[in-house]
Design a protein. Sequence first.
Length: 389
Amino acid sequence: MEPVYLDHAATTAVLPEVVDAMLPYLTQRAGNPSSVYAWGREARRALDDARDQIAAILGARPQELLFTSGGTEADNAAIKGVAFAARQRGAGNHIITTQIEHHAVLHTCEWLDQFGFETTYLPVDRHGRVSPSDVEAAITDQTVLISVMYANNEVGTIQPIAEIGRIARARKIAFHTDAVQAGGALDLNVGRLNVDLLSLSAHKFYGPKGVGLLYVRPGARWQPQQQGGAQERNRRGGTENTAGIAGMAAALKLAYANLEANNIHARALRDRLINGVLSGIPQSELTGHPTERLPNSASFLFKHVEGESILLSLDMKEIFASSGSACTSGALEPSHVITALGFAPEEARGSLRLTTGMENTRDQIDRVVDVLTSAIASLRAMSPAFAVV
Ligand code: PLP
């Protein structure tokens, strides 16, 4: 039986076209983009082309992009860069974010506490949506940054980014969105989204791991967080990952050229999965927003079973999924996202995330529903908690 990969929110395999775009910069054109001779100039040209192509998709100018080592670095750079720029000019020390951000945002905000910054972590509703009026109400005269993710990595809920951006702009507060999960699935036009800073990561849209970017709107009060050489116009020192960046551009271009078809495919499989699970498995519940969710994201809670046990049962049948975010699986603490939706810790332990992708088929989904249905039935049969209900 071939393995079924349903963890595209964790990462994706690099597409062959993307490998083709990368290979020359790993092999015969492996020059350093800062070198002045022909190999260096070729690498520089690859970076320039990649920057142009990505900027066009974001509706930005090429010089507004800053290449990073991935989503985590982009989030760190965005948040620390705005916070310390504010500190330098003697502005406020208050940040607003949400309780369901990725740890790349949450832990960065927590880390800033030691420098006297204070963060408000806004609650979300049962579907994982933050209310723009809560954002507005949380603003104080000390607020310098609002950071709200575009789409959640565990439950797929999409936030009203453009609306929050309007509020931030009216109050002249920098607005960052972690668009890592939205990349390759949702509109990334920074003008329409009203964002000042936006983070992306290539490995979520069939590009390579370890490469991402930060968009910084001109005039945004932000300062570089990585000192070194003059790369990235002095905003991020370090030799550029030419092959990775060329791969990211190729992957993003492919994703947006085929956006409609890819999303129709992902959504059809996601809905088949959701319907199969909810109709076939008793005491199961969809988490996240019923409609405002990523086209590929299905996330569930199953009563009286541990998500980790479900994962092991699926793994034995070569079905790969996640019990929350990939970064926290392995730790048995309930997910901060599911508990923020208002579920009790014991309910949150029964969470499972299945995220569809390009290579999945209807047959695979049907097989997954069958395996999941019997796995949960046998796990519950062994569970004392289930026996007493
Ligand atoms: N932000 C979100 C919403 C994510 O889902 C992830 C990765 O899972 C990240 C940030 C971190 O990105 P990277 O793995 O490129 O560091």
